[in-house]
Design a protein around this ligand. Sequence first.
Ligand SMILES: Cc1cc2nc3c(=O)[nH]c(=O)nc-3n(C[C@H](O)[C@H](O)[C@H](O)COP(=O)(O)OP(=O)(O)OC[C@H]3O[C@@H](n4cnc5c(N)ncnc54)[C@H](O)[C@@H]3O)c2cc1C
Length: 407
Amino acid sequence: MTSPIWWEFMASRQLTDARNLVDKFWDIVILGGGLGGLSLAVELSAAEFSGISVLVLEKREDYVRDRTWSYWANQSHRYSHLERHQWNQWCVSCEGVKHQLLSKDLCYASLDADAFYKAALDVIAASPNVVLRTNTAVDKVETPEPHNSSVTLLTGELVRARIVLDARPEPLTEEKGLVQQFVGWEVEAEQDIFNAEAVQLMAFEPAANGVHFFYVLPYSARCALVESTWICPAAWHPDFDSELRQYLTKIAGPIAYAVSYREQGVLALQGGSPGMPVKPGACVGLGRGGGALRAATGYAFIDTVGHARQIAKSLGAALRDGTQETWLPAAFRRSAIDRWMDDVFLGVLAQDWHRAPEYFMQLFGSVSPDDVVAFLTGRATWGQRLRIMRALPVAPFARQALLGRSL
Ligand SMILES: Cc1cc2nc3c(=O)[nH]c(=O)nc-3n(C[C@H](O)[C@H](O)[C@H](O)COP(=O)(O)OP(=O)(O)OC[C@H]3O[C@@H](n4cnc5c(N)ncnc54)[C@H](O)[C@@H]3O)c2cc1C
């Protein structure tokens, strides 16, 4: 486990700066300093925003490695240099059948959260206009009129701001909806047990309550992040640790291994925000709470970082035009067709979990890697979307498209 000590030191510096946070009318307050909140705070640390006061309110006390972000790296971004590993091969497998896919243009990349947190906190610590206050939980936010919001902290303190962006994920409810839930172990084996060349995207297991698969990021032949993952109703609670032990026994046999790190997540797979605040006066969301999590995949990293960059770009343009007094941030937008395809896809899976691995295998087995990745990353052309649709069996998908989703 990574030591949080130096981050505590930096956070305490930020805390000193933020003592007067309630006396001030902030230009921008960001609720939640995870991926979405810190990404925007970093963008707003640039010199062009030195006249804009920014406060990030984060409930955690310190930052440690708590997740591993992976994505198809089809373009570089601000944090590309922090990637821990890249692969240009990935595979999916089910009941002895395996599709190994190779792309010469695309790679699958992985970045440890602690590297991102350190980079972001360093930028914020050096910034004269951005303040991060950790150990501070937000209770509620009210916007009685545009450009005038009040944020109430759990301590009862009131923070006032012209613009509030909400980077807190929506709370999970068990009553309805699908989730992607997983536990990952970083494993170090005493002998070679992993194929270091290829990411195992999905190694399907038979399951009745959802789609179950193992996901393996091999950093070397002996070291990998191994995750047991379910796409299933929120009320289903798998025994992840037993599943991981059994999987490792299957692939490692008697070879000894140690678990050096553990992560877990439960991500709500909703169709995604249509891109507008829910009601007048509601603040624009960032990250998962802002609709950046792709329902069909559970990926959010690239869209979250991209949304933060777009908000900063539009504020920069407003500053140059002198229209900053009336500027409002734009919500994240995903195309209606991608949201609809995600809804149909998840609806079909939920109708018949047994057949779900077959659909994924068909998709990865008959469509080119570039087409599949373009779809998964939201960059597909109409031709690519059509090829995806044609690769899937007509009857269940047409039925779901016509009758709608019932999860
Ligand atoms: C273990 C794990 C692995 C993942 N792997 C991937 C991946 O490989 N690829 C990918 O694209 N996506 C992945 N995701 C999904 C997604 O990218 C992450 O969840 C990402 O961190 C979402 O960013 P966010 O800003 O919405 O939320 P977070 O990063 O979770 O940040 C939200 C912040 O809000 C704070 N907060 C919450 N409530 C309050 C409150 N009341 N007051 C103040 N602060 C509050 C939290 O402490 C947290 O710091 C993963 C998620 C998890 C959990």
